[in-house]
Design a protein around this ligand. Sequence first.
Ligand SMILES: [Zn+2]
Ligand SMILES: [Zn+2]
Length: 227
Amino acid sequence: MLTMVGYCWLCHQTLKYRFHGICRYCLKHLPYLRQVCHHCALPIEQLTLTCGRCLQTPPYWHNLVAITPYIPPLSKLIQQYKFKKIPQIAFILARLFLLYWQQGYRQQRWRKPDIIIAIPLHHGKHWQRGFNQASLMATQLAYWLGCQYQINSITRTRATLPQTQLSAKKRIQNLSNAFRIKKTFQDCHIAVLDDVITTGTTMNEVAKLLISAGANSVQAWAICRTL
Ligand SMILES: [Zn+2]
Ligand SMILES: [Zn+2]
């Protein structure tokens, strides 16, 4: 298995703190999402907080927090993590997310959740991949932030088609009744983590279920956001 202990995963230079995984230079020069709608994290022309799409059809989540668009270098790191099955990268990605999230938290752009949940994989896919990419990161983030991590509180009841190949209407049909909630979330603030948010339909479906199960607010968390 490929390991990069002591070297930056992005530029391959020696690290000052080997457990960081990414050097300070690469961290500083990530293509961070800037000037985006605070609901959906898509670019907006003017520095208003909410874009026209979200004003018209607000998502069920309160904030979407993603570090960068789904482009290199993080898109490559996510692919390495998922498809070459390198679970150590979960720690690196979770740390990048933590640093980015903390910045917004200090600026009061979002609140600290009570509970962190990972977008569930269908058990067939979980078995195929051997791990749930979001759940490893969510566990680590919950530990660092002192939140509860709830595994299996939401399950995927059936396999679904990849959302990117479908029209907006088909995406919603594809996901109808695809998730089941096993408990109530009365008055809880929840963060739901996925590795990449593409159309947002899956995240919105889960956020809708959580709100209907009593959640006070839902934050959509992802490493990358497809623009
Ligand atoms: Zn580097
Ligand atoms: Zn928006």
